[in-house]
Design a protein around this ligand. Structure first.
Ligand SMILES: NC(=O)c1ccc[n+]([C@@H]2O[C@H](COP(=O)([O-])OP(=O)(O)OC[C@H]3O[C@@H](n4cnc5c(N)ncnc54)[C@H](O)[C@@H]3O)[C@@H](O)[C@H]2O)c1
Length: 270
């Protein structure tokens, strides 16, 4: 796909897998992250295999830095045609009743405001080009809520809603805007829990009828598909990819126990 693609937070995990997927198909990929070393490493990997990539160090929760990403991309590869709103921070588990302001503001700033700033910057450029693909990486938490992570669930619901509105505002310009709602994906966000065989991970796996976590590459393939011609009439959709986990409510009791009683069985989540 010979397009110009921005993947936010592509220094690791789902974003990195997505960047590699687009690069291997001939795209020019903007790698963005707040982790400079990780971002440059992804660019090196892409260039070593003959691909085109550029790293832009920027915090997407700052609209000025978001503008810089788009301007730098334009000067190097041309206007961004595909935007993958992926950057994210792990939440700090807490019930609504105990949630500090800081936890709320940080998650909303990166996941919700950051995605909005990128969409606002992308929209007029894509409208002028009469082409665009935007994919917001939400979560099953955005569909079901998330006990112990209300701020994360709210932000992830928000970006589904943004995708729905944008799909209706921009569809007439040959722009599609969709959301993906992964269940548990094995990335650096949960690597430590996974390696320690933390019971939280087992609960998440119990929820998935496939009995396994989704791999970052599987999310990347779905994102890539949404940018192909075959998917050009899919617009304003939210697609789960969670191994059949559906409601994910078996985690609720576990999380309530963890946050309320702090039983020894869940101490090692901290
Ligand atoms: N891993 C999962 O189980 C899972 C499940 C559902 C949804 N998601 C979502 O997938 C997306 C990617 O997460 P991941 O699992 O690959 O985690 P990850 O930690 O591997 O990747 C997130 C990247 O975003 C970067 N980042 C953080 N704040 C940023 C900012 N302000 N500006 C730019 N970059 C920033 C981080 O440095 C990191 O490289 C996130 O939005 C996450 O909420 C993950």
């Amino acid at each position: 796909m010979k397009r110009v693609i921005l993947v936010t937070g592509s220094g690791s995990g789902i974003g990195k897998a997505t960047a590699l997927r687009f690069a291997e198909s001939g795209g020019s990929v903007i790698i963005n992250d707040i982790n400079e070393e990780a971002g440059n490493q992804v660019v090196s990997e892409i260039e070593e295999t003959g691909g085109n990539a550029l790293f832009v160090l920027a915090d997407i929760s700052d609209p000025k830095q978001v503008k810089t990403i788009f301007e730098t991309a334009k000067d190097t590869f041309g206007e961004i045609e595909v935007l993958v709103n992926n950057a994210g921070v792990p939440g700090k588990f807490s019930l609504i009743s105990d949630m500090p302001d800081e936890t709320w503001h940080k998650t909303i700033a990166v996941h919700l405001s950051g995605s909005f700033f990128c969409m606002r910057e992308a929209a007029p450029r894509m409208m002028a080009n009469r082409y665009g693909r935007i994919i917001n990486i939400s979560s099953i938490a955005g569909l079901n809520g998330a006990v112990g992570s209300a701020e994360y669930g709210a932000a992830k619901s928000g970006i589904i809603n943004l995708a729905m509105t944008a799909s209706r505002e921009l569809g007439q310009y040959n722009i599609t805007v969709n959301a993906i709602a992964p269940g548990m994906v094995r990335t650096s966000i949960n690597a430590e829990l996974y390696e320690k065989k933390n019971p939280f991970i087992q609960k998440a796996l119990d929820d998935a009828s496939s009995g396994r976590m989704t791999q970052p590459q599987e999310i990347a393939e779905l994102i890539y598909f949404l940018c192909t011609e075959a998917a050009s009439n899919i617009n304003g959709e939210v697609i789960r990819i969670d191994g059949g986990a559906q409601l994910g409510t078996s985690l609720d009791a576990f999380m309530l126990e963890f946050l309320g009683k702090k039983s020894p069985s869940v101490q090692n989540m901290k």
